[in-house]
Design a protein around this ligand. Structure first.
Ligand SMILES: CC(C)(COP(=O)(O)OP(=O)(O)OC[C@H]1O[C@@H](n2cnc3c(N)ncnc32)[C@H](O)[C@@H]1OP(=O)(O)O)[C@@H](O)C(=O)NCCC(=O)NCCS
Length: 382
C-alpha cells in the first residue's frame, strides 16, 4: 500500500516559484516592492509611480511617468453595455459579484482579449487599472442613487476615482490619503488572489480570465473581505467602553477577530503600522462616527496585542484600520473590497506576466483516501 505523503494544507510553507517583485519578511515585519521598502514608497512615491515600478521593475523618469499617466487616463471610459449592467444591478447585487462579473465582461469589448503577447499584456494591465477603478466608482455612484459620472482625463488616477464615485472634485488631502491606501495595497507576493490568478494563467488562458479568478478569490473574508468585516465588528462593538467585553466574548467563543493575524506576518504588518498613523490623526475628528470608530479600533488593537500579540503571533494586519479611514473619506463599506481589487491589479498583472516568462502548469497532487473498485449497484437495487 502506498504510504501517505506529507500534506501541506493550504500549501502552507510551500515555495512554488521565485520572483524579485515583492518580499514579505514576516518575522521582521518588513515589506518591499522591487527592493524598495514600503515605508520608503509611502513616504516618497505615489500609486501611479508604484504601478509603473511593479509592471516594469524600475522607477520611471519624468517623461515615462507622464506617458504612463496619460495612458491610464485614456483608458478609463467603460463600454456602454457594462455601464448598463452596473446601473441595473448596483442597488441589489453584492458589489464584489458585480465587479467580478463586469470585469469579466470587459474581454468582450477588448481587441487585445486573446492576444497573449508581452506587448498586449502590458497594454491590458494598464487598461485594467483604469477600467476596474471606473467600474468600482460606477457601482458606488449607482448604489447611492446617482448616475454614471464620465471620467475626467485631466485628473490623476485616484482623484478621478473619487470624482467618478462622488460626482464632485475631491479635496487634495482626500486624494493624498486614498493614494497612500492604494499604494499600500498594490502588491503582496504570492497571496491567495495572486496565486489563483497565476493558477489560471498557468494553463495559458488569458489575462482577463486570470484577473477574474483573482477578484473572486479576493472576495473571501479570510483575504480581501476582512476590511469590511472588521468595520462591521467595530459597528457591533458600538463604543470604546464595550470593546473589552466584546473581544473577550468573541475569543471565548473561538471567533476570529477580523483584521488580525496573517499567514506570513507573525509580527505587526508594516502596512497596518503606516495606516495607524492616520488613525492617530482621526482621534481628533470632528465627525463623531469617525472618532468613535477610531477609538474602538485603537482600543481593540491594544487589547488584541496584549492578549495574542507576542504570545500567539497574532497582530493587526492591513485590513484592520482601513474601515475608519475609508469611513472618514465617505466611502461606503461595500466598496472596501472592490477598492482592494482596484489597488491590487498592478500586483496581480506583474506576477502573472512574470510567471508566463517561464510558465509551468500549476497542478499539485491530492492524496486519495477513498475506496477503489467499488461494485456498481443499479439504481433500483440501492
Ligand atoms: C489570515 C488568517 C487566515 C491566517 O491564519 P492561518 O495561518 O491560516 O492560521 P489559522 O487561521 O490556522 O490560525 C492559527 C491560530 O490562531 C488563531 N487566530 C488566527 N487569526 C485569528 C484572529 N484574527 N482572531 C483570533 N484568533 C485568530 C486561530 O483561531 C488558530 O487558533 P488555534 O490554533 O487555537 O485553532 C487568520 O489569521 C485569519 O483568519 N484572520 C482573520 C481574517 C483576516 O484578517 N484576513 C486578512 C488577512 S490580510
Amino acid at each position: 500500500m502506498e504510504s501517505k505523503p506529507e500534506i501541506k494544507l493550504g500549501l502552507e510553507g510551500v515555495y512554488f516559484t521565485e520572483s524579485e517583485i515583492c518580499k514579505v519578511d514576516g518575522i521582521n515585519g518588513k515589506l518591499y516592492y522591487y527592493g524598495y521598502s514600503i515605508e520608503t514608497l509611502a513616504e516618497n512615491s505615489n500609486f501611479e509611480e508604484t504601478c509603473f515600478l511593479l509592471l516594469n521593475g524600475r522607477l520611471p523618469d519624468e517623461s515615462e511617468l507622464s506617458a504612463f499617466r496619460k495612458t491610464l487616463a485614456s483608458e478609463r471610459e467603460l463600454p456602454a453595455e457594462i455601464v448598463s449592467v452596473i446601473r441595473a444591478s448596483a442597488r441589489t447585487a453584492n458589489a464584489m459579484d458585480l465587479l467580478r462579473s463586469t470585469f469579466s465582461m470587459l474581454s468582450l469589448y477588448d481587441k487585445d482579449a486573446n492576444d497573449n503577447s508581452e506587448e498586449a499584456n502590458m497594454r491590458k494591465s494598464i487598461r485594467f487599472m483604469s477600467k476596474i477603478a471606473s467600474i468600482t466608482a460606477a457601482i458606488g455612484s449607482f448604489r447611492q442613487g446617482r448616475e454614471y459620472v464620465k471620467p475626467d482625463s485631466s485628473m490623476g488616477h485616484v482623484e478621478n476615482f473619487l470624482y467618478m464615485l462622488n460626482g464632485k472634485k475631491p479635496m487634495a488631502e482626500e486624494v493624498k490619503i486614498l493614494d497612500l491606501m492604494f499604494l499600500l495595497h498594490a502588491e503582496h507576493s504570492s497571496n491567495a488572489s495572486t496565486f489563483s490568478g497565476i493558477v489560471t494563467a498557468s494553463t495559458l488562458s488569458d489575462l482577463h480570465s486570470s484577473i477574474t479568478s483573482a477578484i473572486g478569490t479576493l472576495k473571501g473574508p479570510l483575504h480581501g473581505g476582512a476590511d469590511e468585516a472588521a468595520l462591521h465588528m467595530m459597528h457591533a462593538i458600538g463604543s470604546p467602553e464595550n470593546t473589552e467585553a466584546y473581544i473577550n466574548d468573541a475569543l471565548a467563543g473561538k471567533k476570529k477577530i477580523m483584521g488580525f493575524g496573517h499567514r506570513v506576518y507573525k509580527t505587526y504588518d508594516p502596512r497596518a503600522r503606516i495606516i495607524k498613523r492616520r488613525l492617530e490623526e482621526l482621534r481628533g475628528s470632528a465627525d463623531e462616527e469617525v472618532k468613535n470608530l477610531t477609538n474602538i479600533a485603537l482600543a481593540a488593537e491594544k487589547l488584541m496585542i496584549d492578549k495574542l500579540g507576542a504570545s500567539h503571533g497574532i497582530w493587526p494586519n492591513v485590513d484592520f484600520f482601513s474601515g475608519p479611514v475609508y469611513t472618514d473619506l465617505g466611502i461606503p463599506d461595500y466598496l472596501f473590497t472592490p477598492m482592494f481589487a482596484v489597488s491590487r491589479v498592478p500586483g496581480w498583472c506583474a506576477h502573472i506576466m512574470q510567471y508566463w516568462k517561464s510558465n509551468r502548469l500549476v497542478r499539485p497532487l491530492e492524496y486519495y483516501n477513498g475506496e477503489i473498485d467499488r461494485k456498481y449497484v443499479p439504481i433500483e437495487g440501492r
